[in-house]
Design a protein around this ligand. Structure first.
Ligand code: NAD
Ligand code: ISE
Length: 340
């Protein structure tokens, strides 16, 4: 029987996930949705044959809904995740789990109190073929111990009202999670450097930024965050090990020769660049939820990512190196079958 899914937030990625759950994924059906943009949500509800509800809470508590997808704005995630935990329903929440470590801690507390793991965070890069291959290279010792990572996260243009702080809490949060997963290590320090500011960045945004992280074993990571790079969506990751290096491939696109130029297209945003990763993420989530378990990134992973992002914000504001203090992982999260 199909898992009946309710979706909260039907903007860019919410609508894309509804399409994915309807046309690509097997074993699921979107039956309910909600968005504060009522007109757009009603249009999507009609298109996909789902029921429109005026609030996210109603979607979560609707008897016909088995599991929830949260794709509303970052600052709304925490309250909906807690509502889903209280309703004892599985929930896939887009990243970030919350906009502060404090709110993530409340989610972790609620989940532990409910004695059941229900939450998965939308860190879809863990499902990307390239990152998975890098993880396998590292785990099989093919490049020796990782020593340094050089990463780039460029967006063509930022979303509306994108601030300096959001470059880390909304964008670099992907690297914070996926690199910790790749290396199987937490971070111990961070520093944020501010290069010359692009004249194209709007008020309230210092762009680009360079985030430096150091893991517990001393691996050094540099991440360029440039949300206004103009030319396209570009994500790079190179791991330098003792005996070799491994890096993400550029996404496949045909090579064109025309007008004296050899070129290939660069995707404009995340939706095409990571399309396969989102599809795998959702298929694996549906499959595991049907078995009554969570296999992907947990609330604990969302919490650790936010602790790290908060430390980066502090480091940027103070202009110093800041320690990252990750608490010991509760045994409750030890049973997680982390995706490989
Ligand atoms: P968006 O602005 O296009 O859509 C968000 C939608 O949420 C809007 O339609 C808005 O009206 C709605 N909304 C806001 N507050 C709400 C509330 N309280 N209840 C119900 N609906 C509400 O933004 P987006 O780009 O689709 O991003 C949505 C979320 O997905 C964000 O948290 C973002 O960080 C995340 N995201 C993740 C990825 C990824 O690669 N995993 C990519 C894009 C966005
Ligand atoms: C967006 O919300 C995403 O999650 C994208 O994957 C990321 O590249 C972008 O910077 C974010 O704003």
């Amino acid at each position: 029987m199909d898992l009946r899914v309710g979706v909260i937030g039907t903007g860019a990625i919410g609508e894309d996930h509804i399409r994915r759950l309807t046309d690509v994924i097997t074993g699921a059906k979107v039956v309910a949705l909600s968005d504060i943009n009522v007109e757009n949500a009603r249009r999507i509800a009609d298109k996909y044959g789902a029921k429109f509800y005026s609030t996210g809470e109603e979607v979560i508590n609707a008897t016909e809904v088995d599991a929830i997808v949260i794709a509303s704005w970052d600052e709304t995630h925490a309250k909906y995740v807690i509502e889903a935990i209280n309703a004892k329903k599985f929930v896939l929440c887009e990243k970030p789990l919350a906009t502060s470590a404090e709110d993530c801690k409340k989610i972790v507390g609620a989940e532990i109190a409910g004695e059941r793991q229900l939450v998965q965070v939308g860190f879809m890069r863990r499902f990307d073929r390239g990152y998975r291959q890098i993880k396998s290279v590292i785990e099989n010792g093919k490049i020796g111990e990782p020593l340094m990572l050089h990463c780039i996260h460029r967006n063509r243009i930022p979303g509306p009202k994108h601030t300096t702080e959001m470059s880390i809490k909304n964008s670099v949060i992907h690297e914070i999670d996926v690199l910790r997963w790749l290396l199987d290590e937490d971070y111990k320090t961070t520093q944020v450097l501010m290069p010359k500011r692009s004249r194209l960045a709007e008020e309230g945004l210092h762009d680009p930024q360079i985030v430096l992280l150091e893991t517990n074993s001393g691996i050094r990571i540099d991440i360029e965050s440039f949300v206004n790079c103009q030319y396209g969506y570009d994500v790079k990751c190179e791991v330098v090990g003792e005996t070799g290096t491994v890096r993400l491939p550029d996404p496949a696109n045909v090579l064109m020769r025309s007008k004296g130029t050899n070129s290939y297209k660069i995707f404009p945003d995340w939706s095409d660049r990571f399309i396969e990763a989102y599809d795998i993420e959702f298929q694996e989530w549906i499959n595991s939820v049907k078995k009554g378990i969570v296999k992907g990134p947990t609330s604990w992973d969302g919490y650790v990512a936010c602790i790290t992002a908060d430390a980066c914000t502090e480091a940027r504001e103070k202009g110093t190196i800041v320690s990252i203090n990750i608490p010991e992982r509760p045994t409750f999260y030890n049973s997680t079958v982390d995706n490989k």
